[in-house]
Design a protein around this ligand. Structure first.
Ligand code: HEM
Length: 501
């Protein structure tokens, strides 16, 4: 009798809570629209459409926010300015995490960097350190590397004048040199080649498909050989950067803190502790230093290089714009000298060329975020842990925000009230917006502007072998960035009355 009396409240409690959860589940908002998926694998057969262009096409059918189920994980693609504002401003605090694959987690030493760390005290600490110590305008050495490397690019181009120059290779080499010098100081050519091959393997591993990211219990299926390639890649990076750190430590022991020409490793070693953990006292471990160096390498090389190559490509493809920007340079700077930093502010049309290039070809076409809690966006349920893809490529070409959105027309930015890329115009997001927006924007823009302005002012450019502007290949490839699929080749001839070397 006693046990029956005891059981009745328990049954009532269980029934009530079941009812409560059932009602909550039934009243839950719907997921955003999207294509139907299969059991277990969901929409995984559409994996090849998770590119800036593929997602833009899906958005035409399903709208500015859409849902895909990839194995067990929810993927949300955002392709309109209104939805981007919801994610990056209104609910920025919920969408400030980063999704990390197994490869990314392993290669970033368990996400002890800034770019892949989840939002929280650790990320804040890393971001503060990077912004104040590494990317700051006060760190003159990074800005010096830009000027010096642009100078040597101009010289090497002048030496080859009259013959075809592979502009893509030229600018990718330039940005590697800039960032490499800013990070490590001057280092031998062989070391640089070795480091570039490590970076290339990292890029491949970051992009490799891994079934275990979507269906964890199928991790034993490993067609890309990740189980052996990941440890090998990280070991190669360890060998490379450990030696650089040791050399820097030896140098510090010899000359103390008097080193006037500090690179990024020097800056970070001021916070280095062998046993340390990152905490309020701002102590960095070797793993932190290595992971942050990789952020800088990935954040700062391909992004800037692809932007410069696209700017030259669009200008060669639109000869009236090329003529206009070079005429502005002749009027403002004159043909008797090279451009100086102080001239940049006066080059109004040139600045519009930069903006229009970043609009049509945002170097990071899709920014990846992750939700840290269940939430509702524009009436749709977004489950906690969803991977959110903010498609800057589609947003920057939104037909409700831009007239003739696919045409390269720098003059659109001459109009009063034209959008700016600092993150408060959600129709123009080359650097993102909100907490996770780009901390390297100033340095990246400076490198892009200096390289482009010198290429345009110092040389006249012709397409090789009588090629017509309309014959230039305008296709891009999707990865972390979206560079030109086929490198731009053009023939330079000196344009100035002063010597270039
Ligand atoms: C034209 C040049 C550049 C463009 C267009 C660009 C664009 C971006 C974008 C779109 C993001 C992601 C924003 C988001 O998730 O919402 C980002 C993040 C980042 N960028 Fe840049 N970037 C450029 C140059 C640089 C440079 C030169 C560096 C470093 C030297 C850099 C370092 C980073 C880092 C570390 C992050 C991750 C920040 C975080 O997660 O907190 N970027 N960048």
């Amino acid at each position: 009798m006693d046990s029956i009396q005891f059981s009745i409240p328990i049954y009532a409690l269980i029934s009530l809570s079941t009812l409560f959860f059932l009602v909550a589940w039934l009243r839950r908002k719907p997921l955003p629209p999207g294509p139907m998926g299969w059991p277990i694998i969901g929409n995984m057969l559409m994996m090849d459409q998770l590119t800036h262009r593929g997602l833009a096409r899906l958005a035409e059918k399903y709208g500015g926010i859409l849902h895909l189920k990839m194995g067990f994980s929810h993927t949300i693609a955002v392709s309109s300015p209104e939805m981007a504002r919801e994610i990056l401003q209104v609910q920025d605090h919920i969408f400030a995490n980063r999704p990390a694959t197994i490869a990314i987690t392993y290669l970033t030493y368990d996400r002890v960097d800034m770019a892949f760390a989840d939002y929280g005290p650790f990320w804040r600490q890393m971001r503060k350190l990077s912004v104040m110590k590494l990317f700051s305008r006060k760190r003159a050495e990074s800005w010096d590397s830009v000027r010096d490397e642009v100078d040597s690019m101009v010289k090497s181009t002048a030496v080859n004048s009259g013959s075809p120059v592979n502009l893509g290779e030229l600018v990718f080499g330039l940005t590697h040199d800039i960032i490499y010098r800013a990070a490590f100081g001057s280092i031998s050519h062989e070391s640089k080649e070795e480091f570039i091959s490590i970076l290339q393997e990292y890029t491949k591993l970051f992009g490799a498909f891994n079934l275990a990211d979507f269906i964890p219990w199928l991790g034993f299926i490993d067609p890309a050989g990740l189980n052996t390639r990941l440890p090998a890649a990280r070991a190669a990076l360890d060998r490379f950067i450990d030696k650089i750190i040791d050399d820097h430590l030896t140098k510090r022991e010899k000359i103390g803190d008097q080193n006037a020409d500090k690179d990024m490793v020097d800056e970070m070693l001021e916070f280095y502790s062998v046993e340390g953990k990152v905490n309020e006292a701002e102590i960095l471990t070797r793993d932190n230093i290595k992971a942050i160096i990789m952020d800088v390498m990935f954040g700062g090389t391909e992004t800037v290089a692809s932007a410069i190559e696209w700017a030259m490509t669009e200008l060669m493809h639109t000869p009236e714009a090329l003529k206009r920007v070079q005429q502005e340079l002749a009027n403002v700077v004159g043909l008797e000298r090279q451009v100086e930093e102080a001239d940049l502010e006066k080059l109004t049309y040139f600045k519009c060329v930069i903006k229009e290039t970043l609009r049509l070809h945002p170097p990071i076409p899709v920014a990846l975020h992750k939700s840290s809690a269940d939430t509702t966006v524009m009436g749709y349920h977004i489950p906690k842990g969803s991977r959110v893809m903010v498609n800057a490529y589609a947003i920057n070409r939104d037909k409700n925000s831009w007239e003739d959105p696919n045409t390269f027309n720098p003059s659109r930015f001459l109009q009063n009230g034209a959008p700016d890329f600092r993150g408060s115009n959600y129709e123009f997001l080359p650097f993102g917006s909100g907490r996770r927006s780009c901390p390297g924007m100033q340095l990246g823009l400076y490198a892009m502007e200096m390289a482009l302005v010198h290429l345009l002012h110092c040389f006249t450019w012709e397409l090789p072998d009588g090629m017509k502007p309309s014959e230039i290949d305008m296709v891009d490839v999707f990865g972390l960035t979206a560079p030109k699929a086929i490198r731009l080749v053009a023939v330079p001839t000196p344009r100035l009355l002063c010597p270039l070397y």
